[in-house]
Every structure is written in structure tokens, then in C-alpha cells.
Design a binder for this molecule. Structure first.
Ligand code: UD1
Ligand code: CA
Length: 459
């Protein structure tokens, strides 16, 4: 049986932020949520989160996560003190306690699982993840026998110059036999440079305490500053991009592309340069996105092209062409094979299959049938300054260039709207709507400064 404690009470002074450190986001997800994701394979008996600084914010951010117990650490007196707070919650617990730092967000589930298995198979009192770093500055140094049995962990600031030469660092990921930890945890002292109770001090009194080097050093990268936050983001991006390329996605220029972990891409998707995929976005096979596009929380079908455009919270059907310079937002639903062209904005509107909105339009709160042709410059006037109103357009209807559809208004199917019309009344199927000033022609007309007499207007 394994219980988990995540240490998330610290302020993260070096972040210089009013947001608790563990809530800072790495690729669209907070650090602490990423740590929780790492528990995917574990099925722990308890998931205890030690909170302190900004605890209301942390609790609110994790409110949707099932099965968490929040434990308050009123004063942040160190990582050892943080784990002492879980003691009342694990009374009579007969298993292992996995301790994770809330600021180490890139750990993989299999690494955690491997640590727990090694711990249990060796019957260890403590097992912890370590790595050999070329630049171990800032981390606690782990001193071991040649059998990887730990003799001591010394924090960077407490190290002698000779001890600082040791490249083996503590990742802040521990598995403890709870009963054995209980023999030492209550007796920690704060006899160090920071006057803090260090969790790392327990290992010298636990036998055997074993160090396990992590295979991929990036996994245990800890975040204490904004610079490290950006570095972690870059590592995560590499990991995500490697994954999708291995799964059959082409990234023309990976360095200029960003992809959130929450995105799903089918094989044979092509991502052009300067393109960013965020949130819960799904892209179907054969689609080509970019260059220069932002797609967030959207479902993109198969064989879609999107160029120099922004698509958020929307759905684009298979075979549709979007852009250049289009903006779909707020639950726009674009049907299969639609064409959405230059300088078109579509908000909270549904377009049937094969409908075209090719140039310079705004559609808001509109429902369009199939094969509608929205002429260049057609605008739905959906807002009267007070409320939004709907526009409904039937199948195969054509709106002339520069027409204004003043909502609420309903046009039937096979309607033709003459160019430049201001449409304020509903139109039945198969009708022609002309709503504009009649054209007048002044024959033989000259500008005023060139003429003596004003010609008469025709009747
Ligand atoms: C810690 C380790 C260090 C290791 C490093 C790995 C100790 C003493 N040192 O150092 O050996 O190399 O992690 O990243 O453990 N926290 C609390 N309550 C507290 C103090 C901290 O909950 O009173 C939480 C923080 O929110 C953070 C985590 O514990 O999530 C680690 O604390 P931090 O101060 O960042 O420790 P490091 O100095 O990085
Ligand atoms: Ca840290």
C-alpha cells in the first residue's frame, strides 16, 4: 500500500509572484497538476497535499481533482516539517509513503512506479531518486557507498567546497517505509544554514536508504525561478514534439511551434512554422495547420487547412479551408468542406456543409444551412447595443456583397440578397431581396468647379 504526500506549501520566494509557485503553469497545466498526473499508474491509498502559502488558491485550483486531502502547514519551516504535518493523517498506516516536491513537474508515471517497485523489492527503509548533474548548483548532494546506499544528503548551501564537487543530486522524490520513517521524522532538528527542518536529514538514520539514478535527468528538473519555469517548458515541448513526430505528425519547424500536452493529433497532420496548438485541441488526419496560426480548445476534422488564422473554442469540419487571416471563436461550428477566407470573423455560429464565407465578413449568432454563399463584406448586425440577436439563413441562399443582415432575421432557402442590401425583414424561400436606394444617373455631369449651370436630376 502506498500513500502519497505532495509538498506544496512553500511560497516560492524566487518566483517573485503573488501566485503560489506550484500553481504556475507549465504548458497549459499547473506544476502541481503535472505532479498529480505522474501518479497515474499508482492508485495510492491516500493523496495528501501539504499546503500553506496561498492555500485557498491551491485548493480552488485542485477542486475538480478527486480524492485529495489538503493538509495545512501553517508556517513553512522546511520540507521535514511539511512531512511532519501528515503524521496525524496516517495513524496506523502500514505501508510506504511516497513524497514528491510540488515543484518537480516533469516526472513520468513509469519513473515513480519504478522507484516504488525498487523500494519494495529491496525492502528498503528509504529509496530516493537521484541524478548526476554537470551543474548541480542549488540541489542537495547525495553521498553514497558504492552499493548506492545513502550515507548523507547535504543541501548545497550547507556543503563544504569539497562536497560541492559531488555531482549526485537529490531529486526531491522519496519512498519511505512509513513505520521506519516514524522512528526519525518526529525528531528532526533545524541545525543548518536556513534554520529549517530538512526532510533530507532522515536518511542518515534509515537503513537501508538507497539512491536510484533517474534515466532521463530532465524529469527531475525542479523549478524555483521564472527562468527555470521557461526551461521546464522547453523540456516539456521537446518531449511532446518527439512524441507526436514518432506518432506520424510532421512538424516543419519544431522550434517555432508549441503544443500543449492536452492536444491530440492524428497521423499525417502537418504543422507549419509559427503555429501554436493549445488546450483540448484535436486534429484529424491529413490536416495542415499554419503557418502562423493559433488553435485552442478546438476540434479540427480531417484534411483541413488553416493558414495565418486563429481558431478558438470551435469546430471545423473535414475538408474545410480556413484563412488566411480568419478568426473563428466562441463555439463556431464550420461544416465539412466549408471555405472561410480572408478577414472573416465567425462567432457562435453554425455553418452547414459546403458553405462559403470567402471575404471580409462577420457572422455572429448565425445559423447557416448547406452550400450558402456569403458574399464579400456581408455582416450580421447581431447586436443592438443591448442584446445579441440570431440570424438564420437557409440552404443555398446567396447574400450579395456588402449586405447587412439586421438580426433577428430569417432568410429561407434559395434566397438571393442583392448587393448592398440592408435586410431587416424575413424573406421566404426562393425570393429575391433588394433593399437599397435605387441608382440615379446624372448624364453629362461635371464637378461643380468645372460647370456654369447645375444639370437637372432625371425624374
Ligand atoms: C529540496 C531538497 C533538495 C533537493 C531539491 C530538489 C530539502 C531540504 N531539500 O530543496 O535536497 O535537491 O528539493 O528539487 O528538502 N515545501 C513545503 N513546506 C516547506 C518548505 C517547502 O511544502 O516548509 C515544499 C515547496 O513548496 C516545494 C518543495 O517543498 O514544492 C521543495 O521545497 P524547496 O524550498 O523548493 O526545496 P529546495 O531548496 O529546492
Ligand atoms: Ca525546489
Amino acid at each position: 500500500m502506498v500513500a502519497v504526500a505532495i509538498l506544496a506549501a512553500g511560497r516560492g520566494t524566487r518566483m517573485k509572484s503573488s501566485l503560489p509557485k506550484v500553481l504556475h503553469s507549465v504548458g497549459g497545466k499547473s506544476m502541481v497538476e503535472r505532479v498529480l498526473d505522474g501518479l497515474a499508474d499508482l492508485n495510492p491509498s491516500h493523496t495528501l497535499i501539504v499546503v500553506g502559502f496561498g492555500q485557498d488558491q491551491v485548493k480552488a485550483a485542485l477542486a475538480h481533482w478527486p480524492g485529495l486531502t489538503f493538509i495545512e502547514q501553517r508556517e513553512q519551516l522546511g520540507t521535514g516539517h511539511a512531512v511532519q504535518q501528515v503524521i496525524p493523517h496516517l495513524e496506523g498506516f502500514d505501508g510506504d509513503l511516497l513524497v514528491l516536491n510540488g515543484d518537480v513537474p516533469l516526472l513520468r508515471p513509469e519513473t515513480i512506479q519504478n522507484l516504488v517497485t525498487t523500494h519494495q523489492e529491496n525492502g528498503n527503509a528509504a529509496t530516493l531518486l537521484t541524478a548526476q548533474f554537470t551543474d548541480p548548483t542549488g540541489y542537495g548532494r547525495v553521498f553514497c557507498t558504492d552499493q548506492n546506499l545513502i550515507t548523507e544528503i547535504v543541501e548545497h548551501r550547507d556543503c563544504s567546497p569539497a562536497q560541492r564537487q559531488n555531482p549526485r543530486i537529490n531529486a526531491g522524490v522519496y519512498c519511505f517505509n512509513w513505520a521506519q520513517l516514524m522512528t526519525v521524522l518526529p525528531h528532526l532538528s533545524a541545525d543548518n544554514d536556513q534554520r529549517e527542518y530538512y526532510l533530507t536529514d532522515v536518511v542518515k538514520d534509515l537503513n537501508p536508504a538507497m539512491a536510484v539514478d533517474v534515466a532521463d535527468c530532465q524529469e527531475i528538473f525542479g523549478i524555483n525561478s521564472r527562468k527555470q519555469l521557461a526551461e521546464a517548458y522547453a523540456m516539456l515541448q521537446d518531449r511532446i514534439k518527439d512524441h507526436w513526430m514518432a506518432a506520424g505528425v510532421t512538424l516543419i519547424d519544431p522550434d517555432s511551434t508549441t503544443i500543449d500536452t492536452t492536444v491530440y493529433l492524428e497521423p499525417d497532420v502537418v504543422i507549419e512554422p509559427q503555429t501554436h496548438l493549445r488546450g483540448k485541441t484535436v486534429v484529424g488526419t491529413g490536416s495542415r495547420l499554419g503557418p502562423g496560426s493559433l488553435i485552442e480548445n478546438s476540434q479540427i476534422g480531417a484534411d483541413v487547412t488553416v493558414a495565418f488564422s486563429v481558431v478558438s473554442d470551435s469546430t471545423v469540419g473535414s475538408g474545410a479551408r480556413v484563412g488566411p487571416y480568419a478568426h473563428l471563436r466562441g463555439q463556431a461550428v464550420v461544416g465539412d468542406g466549408c471555405r472561410i477566407g480572408n478577414f472573416v470573423e465567425i462567432k457562435k455560429s453554425t455553418l452547414g456543409a459546403g458553405t462559403n464565407v470567402a471575404h471580409l465578413s462577420y457572422l455572429g449568432d448565425a445559423t447557416l444551412g448547406t452550400k450558402v454563399n456569403v458574399g464579400a463584406g456581408t455582416i450580421t448586425a447581431n447586436y443592438d447595443g443591448y442584446k445579441k440577436h440570431p440570424t438564420v439563413i437557409g440552404d443555398r441562399t446567396k447574400t450579395g456583397s456588402n449586405s447587412v443582415l439586421v438580426a433577428p432575421v430569417t432568410l429561407g432557402s434559395d434566397v438571393t440578397i442583392a448587393a448592398g442590401s440592408v435586410v431587416r425583414k424575413d424573406a421566404p424561400d426562393n425570393s429575391l431581396v433588394v433593399s437599397r436606394a435605387p441608382q440615379k444617373i446624372y448624364a453629362d455631369w461635371q464637378p461643380k468647379h468645372q460647370r456654369e449651370e447645375q444639370p437637372k436630376a432625371p425624374e
